[in-house]
Ligand binder design. Structure first.
Ligand SMILES: CC(C)(COP(=O)(O)OP(=O)(O)OC[C@H]1O[C@@H](n2cnc3c(N)ncnc32)[C@H](O)[C@@H]1OP(=O)(O)O)[C@@H](O)C(=O)NCCC(=O)NCCS
Length: 161
């Protein structure tokens, strides 16, 4: 049975493995291999450290989706910055895990934030549209080492009335 709960620091490694798997499995049709590999990353150690910090940060809402002991997705928002910062689900037979995670994190974020922005990857654009986000603009995303430029869609959702 699918359970959505707040993340704890011990979830960090599984979350970053989910992130990598989600990108490689679900974004391949929209980005070239170099962009995909740069986004997915090869060394997750640094990412694990960073997500642990976010999990401990009271300004961040970090939630995971799990089935039994296995984490199959996670989401993160920072309401004080009006940002939905991450949403990833690995391939799974459950279905609608992204939608469930998004609803859970929005439910908490919209208590404080009047709107949420996200930089949607091209593969996720229609997912966000189906979940109430509207395009603001398209823009270049520059990789952390500055070597790779890809397109993302800046999207916004207003707090539901
Ligand atoms: C984007 C992502 C989080 C969506 O999660 P998901 O578990 O695949 O999505 P859900 O099953 O909850 O989809 C819910 C609904 O969204 C809609 N949808 C439209 N386009 C979609 C798309 N490209 N992918 C998924 N859902 C889409 C559908 O209406 C779907 O409902 P349906 O199955 O009844 O048709 C997931 O595909 C993912 O991890 N992608 C790779 C990483 C990524 O791009 N993350 C976002 C970074 S901005």
């Amino acid at each position: 049975m699918l359970k959505i709960r707040r993340a704890v620091r011990d979830d960090a490694t599984q979350m970053m493995l989910v992130r990598r798997e989600a990108i490689l499995a679900k974004a391949a049709a929209h980005y070239d291999p170099a962009t995909l590999n740069d986004w997915a990353g090869t060394d997750i150690t640094d990412r694990v450290t960073r997500i642990r910090k976010k999990i401990s940060d009271p300004n961040c809402i970090v939630m995971v989706a799990e089935v039994g002991e296995e984490i199959i997705g996670f989401a993160m928002a920072v309401p004080s910055r009006n940002e939905l910062q991450a949403l990833y689900t690995r391939p799974n037979p459950v279905g609608h895990v992204g939608r469930a995670l998004l609803a859970a994190v929005e439910g908490l974020a919209f208590e404080a934030a009047e709107f949420l922005n996200c930089d949607a990857s091209l593969n996720a654009e229609s997912f966000y549209r189906a979940n109430g986000y509207r395009e603001e603009c398209r823009k270049d995303h520059v990789s952390s080492n500055g070597g790779i430029v890809s397109t993302v869609v800046q999207m916004r959702k207003q707090r539901p009335a």
